[in-house]
Design a protein around this ligand. Sequence first.
Ligand code: PMP
Length: 467
Amino acid sequence: MTPPANAARNSNAARDIAHVMHPYTDQRAHAVNGPVVITRGEGVRVWDDQGKEYIEAMAGLWCASLGFSSKRLADVAHQQMLKLPFYHAFTAKSHEPLIDLSEMLIERAPCPMSKVFYANSGSEANDTAVKMIWYYNNAIGRPLKKKLIARHKAYHGITAVAGSLTGLPANHKMFDLPVSDRFIHVSTPHHYHGGLPGESEEDFATRLATELEETILREGPETVAGFFAEPVMGAGGVMVPPATYFAKIQAVLRKYDVLFVADEVICGFGRTGNYWGCQTFDITPDIITCAKALSASFLPISAIIINDKVFQGLADGSATIGTFGHGFTYSGHPVSAAVAMETLKIYDEMNLVEHVRTVGAHMQKALRDRFEGHPLVGEVRGVGMVGAVELVADQATRKNFDPSVKIGPRLAKAGEAEGVILRGLPNDAMAFSPPLIMQIDDIDRMVERAGRALDAVTVQLRRESLT
Ligand code: PMP
């Protein structure tokens, strides 16, 4: 095998290729191109093992909300490890970080909530929410009410059940998902592609609510249990819902007694300019799943926050069907919980919501100023500190590039050359979800570098007669 381009000067690269299988990575291309090995981080930047500096426009995977250095979080983890490095929460065992963090999350929830359950990742949180809903309906004597509705292009994770909720065709096709016909998908609330010519956002939202109602009636309301939604759809392409969408959707769900699960894995903790995405879009969920920024991603932890209606149903289950037999060894791990608590304190102290509103407004304007009108750009969208620049092969028809053009990998590579870590999503959307600690000058530098990366890709495509 030919050694990778960077192997000679980088033994990490050769060892990586020899031993590591990466998630979401073309393994054959990786054997040729090798990895970018990140060795340290500070603030909103990371450095690779060649000493090259990058601005992290994605906060890793939408998650490193406080950037890549915090002595305070490291100290809290260290202290908790010295005091109690592990305890579990099964069979009524508890510990203080678990109790304190739960209290803090209930206090900060966007609507009255009752209890918090823990897992380690967003996927596990959504799997847990599904199992809670199934158990809930068994517990209260509605064994037929089990179907779950999500949206096309949703991203709810990759475990077999969360991956079934996810609405990305490629993820389904590769792994024969959904796992059963209990998983149903309805239209993506993205006006740019889904709206009819001349249709207002409000009319589009009405049409989507009608589609949801027709879907529930077709399946039988007695069989439909839950609706999962990200307030702003993230990994599917950063889609901000059309005006009035969630009000109309919630009215339908209430009519048929369908639980609303808000997947706040990306939107939670300030990202959209409110503490929760639910507040940005007036959503009153029955269940919230969150992860990522919950611990600023210093350690893995996710939470499932449930309202009292759901909790009472679950609590009745011990008597009717048997005690809730679900939980992870690391549900509410004390070190992760201690770090999460400290993270929430930092958010309070930095006035997170105000900060994101100010810096986010600047980011949205900077993205529009730089990218709207660019010959490859179809739409610039976003809210707060999450955004996307969607590239199109044809602005008039809004058609994306043929997948063979590999726009995403080209952008990522051009970004690396310019010193910015970028990620291409489905629909050729270049995503921005930087650390929430970014200041205005960081945003300007990020947009400047991303702009240069897009210009470089434009030149490449012209040279190859691809545009
Ligand atoms: N839900 C959403 C909205 C996400 O964006 C993600 C991950 N990007 C997940 C769930 C899954 O989280 P994890 O990768 O931690 O399993």
